[in-house]
Design a protein around this ligand. Structure first.
Ligand code: SAM
Length: 317
């Protein structure tokens, strides 16, 4: 029911109802959330396929899938007839089960991108995780900043397949031209025009990995995998602390995956009305755990109050 739904930003009409399953009550949803398995998504060899049927838009010189014309495959169907256009008047209609908001780009992503420029955050040669990535713009900025490796995680696998991966591919394709003037770029590009350019640009993708699933499960997958894994120098996370029920999993995931001298850049609204989470509550949670130190490095007062927090291990240099 509407009452059992939670939203990170009820002020915005189009905001998704987060952490809920349309067909289940809240208690069942939470249970389901706890066991949502982690999965690594492979990068298709044919990158043209990733961008097939996608219409891209640009913001701040970054390409992203235009959600209003997002087309998703019917499960099991692989031919063109199997492709169904969905109206996205309700984002959560595209996602089976619990949806955590990754289909839309949330405003704190832009706050964090602005902060990277202002504070001249260095990504060169760094290992980066975009945690709760959604569109993945933060990770894409890190890739452009010559990060050595960038991993993307979202709760929902549909978000990774239909939004994050296509966005990374689209921006890799544009990588060469980006160094020139990006301003004359068209706002939207048709799939056929891009298809020719998808060849020969997999190098950037070799530096990426994609994961879906609940945070603790993803952490477990990474740490127990046979593939070599080194902890992250930088973890980027925007609009992920709206629900206090997830604080423990989030905190422990940061503690498990961050390098001992690494840094988390967290962007958030000060308070998430209707859900109860917010920056001060999370700050208190961190204090109690006594593992990390925090530093509020920026507050933004236009619209809903927002801020950027840096988090590092207490005993780091
Ligand atoms: N960072 C993106 C942005 O700023 O546009 C998306 C923000 S969206 C509101 C919240 C993100 O956190 C989603 O990508 C969701 O998948 C992830 N998330 C929330 N709770 C999670 C959980 N318990 N486990 C794993 N991922 C979670």
């Amino acid at each position: 029911t509407e009452k059992s739904r939670k939203t990170a930003d009820p002020a915005a009409d189009s905001s998704p109802k987060l952490g809920t399953d349309k067909h289940q009550n809240e208690t069942t949803s939470k249970k389901k959330l706890c066991v949502k398995a982690a999965k690594e998504h492979s990068i298709p060899e044919d990158l043209n396929k990733v961008l097939e049927n996608k219409v891209m838009e640009t913001v701040l010189d970054l390409s992203y899938v235009k959600l209003s014309v997002l087309e998703i495959m019917c499960s099991g169907d692989t031919d063109r007839e199997g492709i169904v256009s969905k109206s996205v008047s309700s984002h959560s209609d595209l996602i089976p089960g619990v949806y955590e908001g990754g289909l839309k780009i949330w405003e704190c992503t832009f706050d964090l991108m602005e902060y990277f420029s202002e504070a001249e955050i260095e990504f060169t040669n760094k290992t980066v995780l975009d945690l709760g990535c959604g569109a993945g713009l933060l990770g894409i900025v890190a890739l452009r900043g010559k990060a050595d490796r960038v991993h993307f995680q979202d709760y929902n696998s549909t978000v990774i397949d239909e939004i994050t991966l296509p966005n990374v591919v689209a921006n890799c394709i544009n990588e060469g031209r980006r160094m020139g003037s990006g301003k004359d770029r068209k706002a939207s590009k048709t799939p056929s025009k891009r298809a020719r350019k998808a060849e020969g640009s997999p190098n950037v993708l070799n530096r990426c990995r994609f994961f879906s699933g609940e945070w603790s499960q993803v952490s477990q997958l990474l740490l127990s995998s046979n593939k070599p894994f080194s902890k992250y120098d930088i973890i980027l996370t925007s609009e992920t602390i709206y629900n206090p029920d997830y604080y423990s999993a989030l905190h422990d995931t940061l503690a498990e995956l961050l390098d001992k001298n690494g840094c988390v850049y967290l962007a958030s609204k000060v308070h998430y009305f209707g859900v109860g989470g917010g920056i001060y509550l999370f700050e208190k949670f961190i204090e109690k755990k006594n593992v990390f130190r925090t530093n509020m490095v920026k507050t933004i007062n236009q619209g809903l109050q927002r801020c950027i927090m840096e988090i590092a291990f207490k005993d780091s240099c």
